[in-house]
Design a binder for this molecule. Sequence first.
Ligand code: NDP
Length: 479
Amino acid sequence: MNIKNYINGSFHNPLNNEWINNFCPANGEVYGKTPNSSKEDVENAYIAAKSAFPIWSQTTLDERSRILIKISELLEANLDRFAEAESKDNGKPVSLAKSINIPRAASNFRFFGNAITQFASESHESVGQNAINYTLRQPIGVVGCISPWNLPLYLFTWKIAPALAAGNCVVAKPSEITPMTAYLLGEICNEAGLPKGVLNIVHGWGTTTGQAIVEHPDIKAISFTGGTVTGAHIARTAAPMFKKLSLELGGKNPNIIFANCDYKDMLETTVRSSFSNQGQICLCGSRIFVESTIYDKFKVDFVEKVKQLKVGHPSEHSTNIGALVSKPHLEKIMGYVEIAKNEGNKILCGGQKVTVKGFENGYYFEPTVIEAKTNDCKLNQEEIFGPIVTLMSFESEDEVLQMANDVKYGLSATLWTNDLKRTMRMSNQLQAGIVWVNTWMMRDLRTPFGGVKASGVGREGGFEALRFFTEAKNVCIKY
Ligand code: NDP
């Protein structure tokens, strides 16, 4: 099936007629083509967005809200179709796409459809000066949204929904590795009555299509989620044009386990926080630090649970671990196992490619637990973004805090303890945008989301996202 660009409310082949193969990770076969859009396609998308902006930015909040909520309802009504498409495109278990990923995409539209009706700006009375200041929060104009392959529709809509709610028009690009659900979203937007040109979706490689969006002089803001290296490149490209940038980048998140935690809950959640979505979530806790008094017990129990995870075809309901997203990604993961061995780390379980009967060319890999010798090895310092976690033991709070923070990333951290004072001390000192205590990946869409250090710049979520997608203008009136 050939995917098309969604520009000005209708579907178009790329002008250059260049196409990229779209692979199904579960069997390694090409099952469709994706446009490799050029600068000219991006320009057409921009022109459509620019023409739609005067009307969309003046559309009442009630009407914008109604349309966004309608998109959310239509996504829910098409749950099975979207979940199956996302699973086929990405390799994730269809059960995960159905229970979490697609419902979350629907929630993004519902949440920002509601949030925009509650969003308010400030006023400041200049006492003694007979003046009042008020702040306008005006939409920016045409904005660019670029998202990765791991949570394709979930992260794509996490950007698009607030951008549209705030009154902007959008030129968006999903990862060319997983374009299918973004393509299907166009149909839903038409059905929901989103005016043409308000959202435009252009497919293609990051280095061509994505680059053209970032370089476009009149696309005034870029919201990007992806790798740290790409984020740095985008920042360099955008800086001379003074674009607004929101960068959600990589992570190497610590999962810190103290002996005085609820052990059973911790163990089950740690299996999830290590291997959900084949470990391909920026928030996965890939470095597990365990207090020395329970280290040996944890090691045995954790490895036993991990060995029970079933690697299999994504459409099988018994599958826990589906296929990795692409062959190059599988090769990258296998490369890290070699690095681990060369560094003298010990593989406790996994470490091998899996052959699934009937789907021998699929990109399957065992969930892998590695006992690391030091925190400064490559395995503990580089983002792997796959089903590999490391274990290390620690003696004291200070020691684990030092190791947790001694990495270039700072996206999230998880802490398992029932000691309130320790919770407060450590939450304050962990260098991360999000700290979960006795839980993982519990999300409330009102909260600020993002990272520190090499994990990004800016925050998305809730009113933070609406602030990013608007320009504040202060008006001062003397009376
Ligand atoms: P990439 O950085 O490779 O790509 C992300 C997106 O950017 C893709 O759509 C990509 O297109 C595009 N892109 C690539 N080069 C350019 C460019 N020069 N200009 C504009 N766009 C470009 O990341 P991945 O897709 O490999 O995603 C994995 C990464 O995303 C991990 O590092 C992960 O941690 C991070 N991530 C961060 C999250 C967060 O919230 N902080 C959440 C989820 C993932 P193409 O696909 O063609 O390369």
